[in-house]
Ligand binder design. Structure first.
Ligand code: FES
Ligand SMILES: [Fe+2]
Length: 352
């Protein structure tokens, strides 16, 4: 089960247009994306009301989408407005239309009750197009439950193992983190003091070979599956922990995770930085390194899912590093339960 009353990222802005109609399964529902003639994005259920053919195989006629099979046409509200060979449209002939907002280079959609969709609730990803930052990213595909990826991002001790040659140094896993939880988010903070940086940090930050840094990881999870990381490193002992980052580099790793099915996931991510903005190679270097590392994540998480689905799987054993992930998943599951049974909490209280 998924949290339905929430904004999710459905596509990159560049993925949708008027030529190729984009079909994408989101939360187990097939959706078709396109743009109207004025550029406004549209997201409709990709299942014709007549005989359930995919509208994404059809074509646009002005702002209408025409089913490829028998030519029924739908407007952006999902209402059928034309049936070839007859003057009337049968009652109830419509497909779902999802509230859509284009923001920060992503196409956001709401798959729950449309009356509850408030664009002000969309998560803040301003780093994607803030002039004070440069950001670049991509869409990856994970063959696993999206919650495993949320846990992955909230426990960066894996950097020392899975990313030993890319992002990690052995010091990360040996450094404890602190976890804070509020109603709406979980934060995990780790400072790795006076240690060697990974090679691409060294290059991007211009640190001398073997120079030690103080490295930070501030991770914030918000539901259902957004994880924003404030990460960076500064010359050791120059006061970064006290708030002076002038001797270092700051980045944001931005992750918007959208379930495709129960066991497959769309992984939208970008890396932003606020230094050396006029040097595009820096952005490319960061993105290339994160891309390599994320491939390592996708591989191990995919194997994790295969294993979970194989043979007998015992309940999981937790360790200290699981603190953030456990808090996030617990919060998310409580929200999903409340959405599916809004009276459950009150009934439990009344029974006490
Ligand atoms: S299935 Fe779409 S028009 Fe018949
Ligand atoms: Fe990772």
């Amino acid at each position: 089960m998924f949290l339905k009353n929430a904004w999710y990222v459905g596509a990159w802005d560049t993925e949708i247009g008027r030529q190729n109609l984009l079909r994408r399964t989101l939360l187990n529902e097939p959706v078709v994306f396109y743009r109207q003639e004025d550029g406004t994005p549209v997201a409709l259920e990709d299942k014709c009301a007549h005989r359930h053919a995919p509208l994404s195989e059809g074509k646009l006629v002005g702002d209408m989408i025409q089913c490829p099979y028998h030519g029924l046409e739908y407007n952006s509200d999902g209402d059928c407005v034309r049936v070839p060979g007859q003057s009337n449209v049968p009652p109830g002939c419509r497909v779902r239309s999802y509230p859509v907002v284009e923001r920060n280079h992503w196409i956001w959609l709401w798959m729950g009750d449309p009356a509850l969709a408030d664009p002000d609730d969309i998560e803040d990803f301003h780093w994607m197009d803030d002039p004070g930052w440069r950001a670049k990213g991509e869409l990856m595909h994970l063959k696993a439950d999206y919650k495993l990826l949320v846990e992955n991002l909230l426990d960066l001790s894996h950097l020392s193992y899975i990313h030993a040659t890319t992002l990690g140094t052995s010091a990360v896993a040996e450094t404890p983190m602190s976890v804070d939880r509020s109603d709406s988010h979980v934060t995990v903070t780790r400072w790795v003091m006076d240690s060697t940086p990974p090679p691409f940090f060294e290059k991007a930050g211009g640190f001398a070979p073997d120079e030690h840094v103080d490295r930070w990881q501030h991770i914030t999870w918000t539901p259902p599956a957004f994880v924003r990381l404030d990460v960076g490193a500064a010359k050791a002992g120059t006061g970064a922990k006290e708030g002076d980052r002038s001797q270092g580099i700051t980045m944001r790793n931005l992750n918007a995770i959208t379930p495709e099915t129960d066991k497959t996931t769309h992984y939208f991510w970008a890396q932003a930085h606020d230094f050396r903005l006029d040097e595009p190679w820096i952005t490319d270097l960061l993105v290339a390194n994160i891309h390599e590392a994320f491939l390592e994540d996708l591989e191990i998480i995919g194997l994790q899912q295969i294993n979970i689905d194989s043979g007998t799987t015992q309940p999981r054993i937790d360790i200290n590093h699981d603190g953030g992930g456990l808090q996030a998943i617990r919060t998310l599951e409580a929200m999903i339960d409340a959405e599916n049974d809004p009276g459950a909490g009150q009934t439990a209280q009344a029974a006490e």
